[in-house]
Design a binder for this molecule. Structure first.
Ligand SMILES: Cc1cc2nc3c(=O)[nH]c(=O)nc-3n(C[C@H](O)[C@H](O)[C@H](O)COP(=O)(O)OP(=O)(O)OC[C@H]3O[C@@H](n4cnc5c(N)ncnc54)[C@H](O)[C@@H]3O)c2cc1C
Length: 469
């Protein structure tokens, strides 16, 4: 096979980005493919390469290394359900080492890329950084919360992008209910109670709306067991800078979602911005202010700042500018996709770019794997074209909103569609079955509203015992 590889290496691609050799000419060693990030794009690209390299090129001619600070891929659309306790947190993540058996998986962050020398710096947690050479690079580090310099936000706020944040938020919300129901019912405590029971979400995209709706629905149920606290004692506030929520769906469905949230008593403030949240005192630009123990920031994402540590080109928003074949413009042997990449959306008028969504990320990754193989073989790479399928969102148990290929659904059918769609997209049969079994158990038993906040401070008790010893 190496002879074929050597012959193939002279073939050049007809795509606008030039090709690299099939085997490393100087060493005749297998080509080294490095994938930065093991999320949607990273994991699906590695899976595609794993299959494709075995079938089309043969093992030994290329190696695939995936680097991610986490040892698992998170299925982010299930984070709101995990936060609400409808599915086990462990079931919405996929262990990379188990599914990527023919790849090398490194748990660590890529903290630098010197593409001029085809070299990446890897920093494992708590260990010295080291360098790794590669021939082909796939950039898939995704995005991070787009946090604005609002006074107090960094100290008080929490994002909703990781499983850690989702579960911490669940524990925090339940702990606030426990706290509010446990303090003495005195007039002096009224302000403390109302602050504990005020939950503010900033950002009305689908991630923010789903997180808010699922947690409110869970907290409402939990008040059955909190004695003196009733749903009316809680205050849920959504702050959105635009004049509508959920830009991903049509204005009609957006209005329906807004009506649903308001019907549930959620205080939705459109065309409003958060000015400050110093010491838990929330100030809005409509002049109002109130205290809140909980401020969740879901106001958009920006490309992962790890890109700053690379010599790769960037566009005005910090993304990696790509061709429709997902090759980074002006480079050789570098591919990118997902939230960190600016990829033309060929289904729309010229100039449009694919938005940051799982829908694009999964499809891009599958084609990306084929394009990397085509690149290795000196063949032409295919362009990414995907016509938007629609959106599904859960608004709490048995409530949802969906718009798929122009068909609009609301309430229970939409919620059912949300679950069916996402479980069908959840990677691995193992995870699909575990999630369905979580849902089935939830039908048979009462809803789980236990708070395991102790998990966030596991050493506290031992430290206290040690201090007393
Ligand atoms: C709560 C929530 C709900 C969502 N719901 C939907 C939905 O219903 N439908 C939809 O289409 N989209 C949804 N999305 C968006 C979707 O999940 C993202 O667009 C998608 O995950 C992007 O894929 P990605 O591979 O680019 O990034 P990710 O999946 O985020 O993967 C990035 C990976 O890079 C890793 N990484 C970070 N830094 C480094 C580093 N320095 N070195 C190496 N690796 C690194 C991360 O650990 C992560 O594993 C949702 C997002 C959220 C947060």
């Amino acid at each position: 096979m190496h002879a074929r590889a050597a012959a193939d290496k002279r073939l050049t691609s007809r795509s606008e980005v030039s090709t690299v050799e099939f085997v490393n000419e100087s060493t005749n060693a297998p080509m080294r493919i490095l994938i930065v990030g093991g999320g949607y794009v990273g994991m699906y690209t590695a899976l595609g390469l794993q299959r494709g390299l075995k079938r089309e090129i043969s093992c030994g001619e290329a190696t695939v290394t995936v680097v991610d600070p986490q040892s698992n891929m998170t299925y982010q659309p299930f984070l709101p359900e995990a936060a609400a306790g409808n599915v086990e947190p462990r079931h919405v993540v996929v262990p990379l080492r188990r599914v990527l058996r023919h790849c090398r998986v490194i748990t660590g962050a890529v903290t630098g890329i010197d593409h001029a020398h085809h070299r990446a710096t890897i920093t494992p947690p708590g260990a010295e950084p080291y360098q790794l050479n590669y021939d082909i690079l796939v950039m898939a580090p995704g995005s991070v919360s787009r946090v604005l310099p609002i006074p107090g936000l960094a100290e008080q706020g929490i994002g909703f992008k990781t499983i850690g944040e989702a579960i911490a938020l669940r524990n925090h919300v339940l702990s606030r209910l426990d706290f509010a129901s446990s303090i003495a019912r005195t007039a002096e405590n009224d302000d403390i109670r109302s602050r504990a029971l005020t939950f503010v979400f900033v950002g009305g995209g689908y991630a923010g709306i789903e997180a808010l709706a699922e947690l409110e629905n869970m907290a409402r149920y939990a008040t059955r067991y909190t004695g003196s606290i009733t749903p009316r004692d809680m205050r849920w506030v959504l702050i959105e800078a635009a004049d509508r929520i959920m830009p991903e769906v049509s204005p009609r469905m957006s209005q329906y979602t807004l009506d649903q949230l308001r019907f549930r008593g959620i205080d939705v403030r459109l065309s409003t911005r958060l000015d400050s949240v110093t010491d838990g005192h929330v100030r809005l630009d409509d002049g109002s202010s109130f205290d809140a123990d909980t401020v969740v920031w879901t106001a958009g994402v920006k490309p992962n700042p790890m890109l700053d540590g690379t010599d790769l080109p960037r566009d005005s928003k910090g993304r990696l500018p790509c061709s429709a074949t997902m090759e980074v413009l002006g480079t050789t042997g570098v591919f990118a996709a997902g939230d960190c990449a600016a990829i033309p959306d060929l289904s729309k008028p010229p100039g449009a770019l694919c938005g940051p969504s799982a829908q694009h990320a999964v499809r891009q990754a599958k084609l990306l794997a084929r394009n990397v193989i085509a690149h290795l073989r000196g063949k032409e790479r295919a362009e990414y074209v995907h016509h938007y399928a629609g959106s599904v969102a859960s608004l709490g148990l048995y409530h949802g909103v969906a718009e798929i290929y122009g068909v609009r659904l609301r309430g229970f059918p939409a919620w059912w569609m949300h679950r069916t769609y996402h479980v069908s997209k959840m990677p691995t049969l193992n995870r699909k079955l575990r999630i369905v079994s979580d849902w089935t158990a939830a039908l048979l038993f009462r809803r789980e509203v236990v708070s395991l906040g102790q998990l966030q401070h596991p050493r506290t008790e031992f430290e206290q015992a040690a201090t007393r010893a």
